[in-house]
Structures are given as structure tokens and as C-alpha cells.
Design a protein around this ligand. Structure first.
Ligand code: SRM
Ligand code: SF4
Length: 588
């Protein structure tokens, strides 16, 4: 595993590698937290408020929860001099997105009984969220998850998050191996503190004195910022490698995994008006054989732990560390710590992203059905006449009979995986009866995605999830009018520049600027290897449609055979190509 960081080389380099200055307040909070415990237990017992203290509301993130309140009713409660209706959002840890039918039934029941929105929200990182859990029910929530073999450790906060794995259901052996690596990476990089078990599962406190023993990889102040890891199986870049700090690109020989190309330093977030923040594609460090996987992961994490910016959180992610210290310096340190040398990257190609919907047969003879779930929101949708789209009931009915597993994809969809030939019809019928499978869903809708935003996200500047369905209706009409029916554009909306809906890897990316206003970015490619460029600022919803109409008219008339929208807008010069993210992303 990684070498001690107090070697002469590192000590000598420290002055240039470490950002000096007053540490951010989160660093104090982590240092004082006694390995993520804080005073959460005391806070839980305080029923005078539905919320947590400021420090604890940060700390519970490392246990997979965010304190929130419903922004639709915030002003009204303020008027009535009531505190915000505090609740928590929980995000589960689900490496590779795999969940069994029994587990699904467990979370389905919890969502009914204890969440104020009654939904299960599939996320862009292959897991699910509950929204609206009140303080008295939080402990029960963790115990319920634990009883079905799930947890939410380290799905938020300054730690390694849920590890993604391509959802490829077809090449079953390769997928199984890649998935096992995603699970091993997740376990290996998890916080080792027993805080979660003690606080939520009432397990006994075990006294240990040495920090290095408690957190050998993450250390007592954990990472400078969130950290994201993937395992991806080309040619499908469905997990969007360039959104992630650390990526293991599976290299196979005759369907068998032999090693990984390692990509480091991707990330999409930025802050409007702050050019020191930017989206950045990951850099290719080279190839490693399988036995070095955990050592390399650990070396990348510990290098970022030691060199990441703990003064300014806006520049704390791995992408900024790489740009500050230099890619070669960072890579050499990873090699030193892991005790390996990267060899030349093996050839691979990403040809597409997204999910392939409908049935596919795996090479193991099993069948897999990918369902499109708009915005990942699993809910029994209703209007004044009653339930119109019973998605949640449908998923539960399928879970009650399904013998395989479910795979949540990184595009907020779900695969009913491992269905025997004899069970196909019954599963398909249930899916159709409950609105989970619909032959009329357009390609455009399937290529569109939005983050949660209002009403639960405290950082939302504009609508995203609630805006997307109507936006797609309108874009479908525009495409039809411009002789492009059946065509699609990767269209993504995020309610603010944090980029949770990965708009910064979209052919058309809309990034919330204020209520009803978006910055419009154009020009990523189908493989997701290019960051789009700012095209128009502060556009309202009508303006968005006017722009899309004008742009797709040109695309329809002037494109080369089979040319994708993102490639077209770059080729004809509507936007410049962002080649080196930082330099070309902003104009000066
Ligand atoms: Fe995210 C913060 C939702 C994927 C970058 N994200 C948030 C919070 C927790 C708001 C907050 O801090 O209070 C949002 C909760 C909304 C809600 O009510 O549920 C939120 N992020 C989401 C999800 C649910 C979006 C979705 O619609 O699926 C995704 C959950 C992923 C998961 O299961 O772990 C989600 N977030 C992403 C992604 C995309 C990805 O990872 O593929 C990104 C961009 C990639 C990246 O990290 O660069 C992303 N979220 C952020 C950031 C900006 C981080 C940064 O580098 O500055 C924040 C804000 C922060 O951390 O300060 C954020
Ligand atoms: Fe919230 Fe912004 Fe993330 Fe959307 S992109 S979920 S608005 S933090």
C-alpha cells in the first residue's frame, strides 16, 4: 500500500505543494469531530428543533445525509415566524448501482412510511435518495437500511463517494469483474471510523488512541473536498469519466479484465463569475495491471489528501491540485507512493454515453430490461383525477417477483437485470401496466437529464427537474418542425453551476443563473470527452427555445452525414472547441 508521506522527497517538496494560509472552517470542524462523531448523538435528542447545529449538519454528510427544508414553503413559514421545516435527505451507498429486489422492497416501504415526498430518487451517481426524513425517524432509517444490507457511509462530505461502474449487462463476466473492483475500491477507501455504527446502529464504542490506526488512508481531517471514483467499461462512457477525480478504464482481453488505464482529475463544478473555478477533463496517467489497483487508488487519494487545497474549498478538488502542482509531479508522486510505474495506456475508445433502453440479451443467456425513468423520480404520479403514472407501485410489484437484481444507472435510469426467458413476459407486462415502459418515449427525452434543484436543493438558482419535462416537449416539437424527428441532442439542465446533472458534458447544457434564467453552453461530444463552451448568458425559458430552434434549423440543413449536434456547432464555428479546459473555457 502507499508509502509513508513523511519521506525526504515529500518533505522537501512540501513548501510548493501545500497551499499555505488560514485553513477553511470545514478543516476545524473535521479536526474537532473526533472522527466524524461530533455531537450528533446529543443533537438527535434535542427535539426543540428539527435541525442540527451548524457543525453537525456538515458532519452528518459524511454519514450520507444533508439537512434540507422545502423551499416552496420556506417564505410562508418565515412569515409565520416558524423555523424552516428541517428534514434530511439520505443518499445510499450502492457501488455500481446494484440493489436486490428484497432491498428495493425495504426502501420502497420506508419511502412510503417515513419520507414527506413519498418518492425514491435515482441519482446521477447510481444510487437513490430519500427526501424529507424528519429527525425522530433518522435512526430508524439507518437501522432499516442496515437490516437489508445497505448503508449510506461516505456518500457525501470530504471523502470518496459512491463508486460508479458501467451498467453493462451484456458482457456478464467482464461486468462482474469490473463491479467487484468498484465494490473493493468503495470498501478500501471508506472511512474506517466506527462513528456510523455507534451513532446510528447503537454499536459499542471501541477506544483507539492513534489517529493513524483509525484512518490510515483518509487521515484525521479526511480529504480536502469530495472525491469521486469510477470503473468504466469502454466503449460506453455511461458514467461520464470526466466528471470524476479517479477513473479506472477497464482493459480486457477476450472478455476478461486484465488491467486499467487510470484517468485522474476530472470535475464539472464552477462558480458563476469566478474564473479560478472551471470544469476540467481527467488526464490519462497510463496503464496498470489489476494487482496494483488498490495501491494506485490509495496513492491518488493520499496525494490529494496531502496536497489538496485546505485553505480555499472552491479550489480544493483534485482537478485544481493537478493544475497547481503539475500533472507530471502529481503522477510521479502517485507512482512513488504506490511503488509502481504506469505503463503506456492501452488503446480503447468511448463511442457513446447514456443507456440503451428496452431488452438486451446477455452472453450468459439472461435478459435485461432498461427502463427510462424521467429525472430518476420513482413516485406514483397523480393529478386531480388520481394516480396517472404508478411508477413506484410498478417497481415494487416487479421487485416482488423478480429473481435477478436491479441496476441503477448513472443516468438516473434502472435496469431490471438477470431475467430468465420464462419470466420476460410477466416482467414486461408489469412494467407496461405501470407506465415504466412506454414505446412512445422519444429519443430526445431519453437523452435529456436534470438535477434535483427546487424544492429540496438549498443551492438551486433555477428550476431543473421540474422544468425538464416541458422543456423536452418543446424541444421535441422544434426537432419535428425542423425535419429532425427521431433525432436527439444530449440536453442537460442543472439548477446551478455545481453541475449535478452534468450539463458541463452536454451537447446543450443549461446552467441555472437565477429564477427562470440559464446560461447556455454548447458543444460536448457523444463520447463525453469535451467540455461545452458558453454560448448565451442569462437566457429565459422562451429564449432557450428560440435559440434551440435557430440552432437546430442550421443543424438540419448544414450538417454532414450523421454529424452529431455538438460536433456540428463546433465545426461551423457557432462555439469554439474547448481543447484544454482551463485555457479555452474562458475567453481571456
Ligand atoms: Fe451534486 C451538492 C444533488 C451529482 C457536484 N448535489 C449537491 C447537493 C447535495 C446540494 C447541497 O450541497 O446541499 C444536491 C442535493 C439536491 C437534492 O435535494 O437532492 C446535489 N448531486 C446531486 C444529485 C442527486 C443530482 C441528481 O439529480 O441526480 C447527484 C447525486 C450523486 C450521488 O448519488 O452521489 C449529484 N453533484 C453531482 C455531480 C455529477 C456526478 O458526480 O456525476 C456533480 C458534478 C461533478 C463534480 O463533482 O464535479 C455534482 N453537487 C456538486 C457540487 C459541486 C462540487 C464542487 O466541485 O464544487 C455540490 C456543492 C458542493 O459540494 O459544495 C453539490
Ligand atoms: Fe442543487 Fe445545483 Fe446540484 Fe442542481 S446542480 S442539485 S441546483 S447543487
Amino acid at each position: 500500500m502507499s508509502k509513508d508521506t513523511n519521506t525526504p522527497e515529500t518533505t522537501q517538496a512540501k513548501s510548493v505543494l501545500i497551499v499555505e494560509g488560514k485553513l477553511s472552517d470545514n478543516e476545524r470542524m473535521k479536526a474537532e469531530s473526533n472522527f466524524l462523531r461530533g455531537t450528533i448523538t446529543t443533537d438527535l435528542q434535542n427535539r426543540m428543533t428539527g435541525g442540527f447545529t451548524s457543525d453537525n449538519s456538515q458532519l452528518i454528510r459524511t454519514h450520507g445525509m444533508y439537512q434540507q427544508d422545502d423551499r416552496d414553503i420556506r417564505a410562508e413559514r418565515q412569515k409565520q415566524k416558524l423555523e424552516p421545516l428541517h428534514n434530511v435527505m439520505l443518499r445510499a451507498r450502492l457501488p455500481g448501482g446494484i440493489i436486490t429486489p428484497k432491498q428495493w422492497l425495504g426502501i420502497d416501504k420506508f419511502a412510503d412510511d417515513y419520507t414527506s415526498y413519498g418518492s425514491i430518487r435515482l441519482t446521477t451517481r447510481q444510487t437513490f435518495q430519500f427526501h424529507g426524513v424528519l429527525k425522530p425517524d433518522i435512526k430508524l432509517m439507518h437501522q432499516t437500511l442496515n437490516s437489508i444490507g445497505l448503508d449510506s457511509i461516505a456518500t457525501a462530505g470530504d471523502v470518496n463517494r459512491n463508486v460508479l461502474c458501467t451498467s453493462n449487462p451484456v458482457e456478464s463476466q467482464l461486468h462482474q469483474e469490473a463491479y467487484q473492483w468498484a465494490t473493493k475500491l468503495s470498501e478500501h477507501l471508506l472511512p474506517k471510523t466506527r462513528a456510523y455504527a455507534e451513532i446510528w446502529l447503537d454499536e459499542e464504542k471501541v477506544e483507539t488512541t492513534e489517529d493513524a490506526v483509525i484512518e490510515p488512508i483518509l487521515g484525521s481531517t479526511y480529504l480536502p473536498r469530495k472525491f469521486k471514483t469510477t470503473v468504466v467499461i469502454p466503449p460506453n462512457n455511461d458514467i461520464d469519466v470526466h466528471a470524476n477525480d479517479l477513473n479506472f478504464v477497464a482493459i480486457s482481453d477476450n472478455g476478461k479484465l486484465i488491467g486499467f488505464n487510470v484517468l485522474v482529475g476530472g470535475g464539472l463544478a464552477m462558480t458563476h463569475g469566478d474564473k479560478a473555478t472551471y470544469p476540467r477533463c481527467a488526464d490519462d496517467f497510463g496503464f496498470i495491471s489489476l494487482e496494483h489497483t488498490l495501491a494506485v487508488a490509495e496513492a491518488v487519494v493520499t496525494t490529494q489528501r496531502d496536497w489538496g487545497n485546505r485553505v480555499n474549498r472552491k479550489n480544493a478538488k483534485t482537478k485544481y491540485t493537478l493544475d497547481r502542482v503539475g500533472i507530471d509531479t502529481f503522477k510521479a508522486e502517485v507512482e512513488r507512493r504506490a511503488g509502481i510505474e504506469f505503463s503506456e495506456s492501452r488503446a480503447y475508445e468511448f463511442t457513446h454515453r447514456g443507456d440503451s433502453f428496452g431488452w438486451v440479451a446477455g452472453i450468459d443467456g439472461k435478459h435485461h430490461l432498461t427502463l427510462f425513468i424521467e429525472n430518476g423520480r420513482i413516485l406514483d404520479f397523480s393529478n386531480n383525477n388520481g394516480v396517472i403514472k404508478p411508477l413506484k407501485t410498478g417497481m415494487a410489484k416487479i421487485a416482488a417477483v423478480h429473481q435477478g437484481d436491479f441496476r441503477i444507472t448513472a443516468n438516473q435510469n434502472v435496469i431490471i437485470a438477470g431475467v430468465a426467458e420464462a419470466d420476460k413476459n410477466a416482467i414486461e407486462q408489469l412494467a407496461r401496466e405501470h407506465g415504466l415502459l412506454n414505446d412512445t418515449t422519444s429519443n430526445q427525452r431519453k437523452s435529456s437529464m436534470a438535477c434535483v434543484a427546487f424544492p429540496t436543493c438549498p443551492l438551486a438558482m433555477a428550476e431543473a427537474e421540474r422544468y425538464l419535462p416541458k422543456l423536452v416537449d418543446d424541444v421535441e416539437a422544434i426537432l419535428a418542425k425542423n425535419d429532425l424527428e427521431g433525432e436527439s441532442i444530449i440536453l442537460r439542465v442543472t439548477g446551478c453551476p455545481n453541475g449535478c446533472g452534468r450539463a458541463m458534458l452536454a451537447e446543450i447544457g443549461l446552467v441555472g443563473k437565477g429564477p427562470g434564467k440559464y446560461n447556455m453552453y454548447l458543444g460536448s461530444d457523444l463520447a463525453g470527452s469535451r467540455v461545452p463552451k458558453l454560448y448565451q448568458e442569462n437566457v429565459d425559458e422562451a429564449g432557450v427555445l428560440t435559440e434551440i430552434d435557430a440552432l437546430t434549423q442550421r443543424w438540419s440543413k448544414e450538417r454532414q452525414q450523421g454529424e452529431a449536434f455538438g460536433d456540428f456547432v463546433v465545426r461551423v464555428g457557432i462555439v469554439e472547441q474547448v481543447k484544454i479546459s482551463v485555457r479555452d473555457f474562458y475567453d481571456d
